[in-house]
Design a protein around this ligand. Structure first.
Ligand code: PEP
Length: 268
């Protein structure tokens, strides 16, 4: 376990660096990337930071087999989406949380801005997916974040707080070990623009305060920053007291970059 001691708690919070591969890469490259990451993390283990990767759903089983060949896998498996529907049946194109669980995935990304925007996922659907995931025993990597116009209007904290408050019913009952929150300002995702460490820290502190007001044990929730994290900006983000890791898109497709980011958060 790691690493950042919270002022109000003697428990260290877990650090995570999670690669969101999105709709990349093809099967052969995905296999090579997973194999490379697993081998290198076995050769040079991290001390405190956990890692995870989120390949496309069609690759989950193959990647799980690769990770399981390593005696104790240093990488957890994450799925990028689940259906709101819980049972098998007439849901063309969907994959339920239980079926995702069968692939070996332990975590699921929910509320990513690309799902909110491209697939018009609203808070109602996000709530259904959060509940479906937790009922199936998956941990959730729950993404929140404001758009550029919302930030420029001075509404960033209000928007993110509303996204979290929309699911208070879940937060009042969730096992904190099953929850990771990723603050991902929409304007920083895939754009090369990163929130300054000061702005990111300020938002993370606000999220932590809100979570703690909702329920004291949630002070332990790992809060990740996401939005154009690269090896060259990871260290300054990792120095922020409320940033417990990163959700990494583009840079996670390169083994060296991903591992350098993970090392930046591997803080004793
Ligand atoms: C993401 O997809 O969650 C993300 C943060 O992407 P990128 O690192 O490419 O901005």
């Amino acid at each position: 376990m790691s690493t950042t001691l919270n002022q109000s708690s003697s428990q260290p919070r877990q650090h995570w660096v999670i690669g969101n591969w999105k709709m990349n890469p093809n099967r052969a490259t995905a296999q090579t990337l997973a194999q490379t990451l697993a081998s290198r993390l076995v050769e040079t283990p991290l001390h405190t930071c956990k890692t995870a990767i989120a390949p496309m759903s069609i690759h989950l089983i193959t990647i799980h087999e690769i990770l399981m060949k390593v005696h104790t896998s240093p990488i957890s498996l994450v799925a990028q989406d689940i259906a709101a529907a819980r049972q098998t049946g007439a849901f063309t194109g969907d994959i339920s949380a239980d079926l995702i669980r069968e692939t070996g995935a332990e975590w699921i990304i929910i509320g990513h801005s690309e799902r909110r925007t491209i697939h018009h996922e609203d808070e109602n659907l996000i709530g259904l997916k959060l509940n479906a995931a937790l009922d199936a025993g998956l941990g959730v990597i729950w993404c929140v974040g404001e758009t550029l116009s919302e930030r420029e209007a001075g509404q960033a904290t209000q928007v993110v707080s509303a996204q979290i408050n929309a699911h208070i019913d879940i937060l009042t009952k969730i096992d904190p070990r099953k929850l990771i929150i990723a603050y991902e300002p929409v304007w920083a995702i895939g754009t090369g623009r990163t929130a300054s460490p000061e702005d990111a820290q300020q938002m993370h502190a606000a999220i932590r305060q809100l979570l703690t007001e909702i329920r004291a044990p949630l002070i332990q929730t790992s809060l990740l920053y996401g939005g154009s994290v690269k090896s060259d900006n990871a260290h300054s983000l990792a120095k922020c007291p409320d940033i417990d890791g990163a959700l990494v898109g583009g840079a996670s497709l390169d083994a060296d970059s991903f591992l350098q980011i993970a090392k930046a958060f591997d803080i004793a």
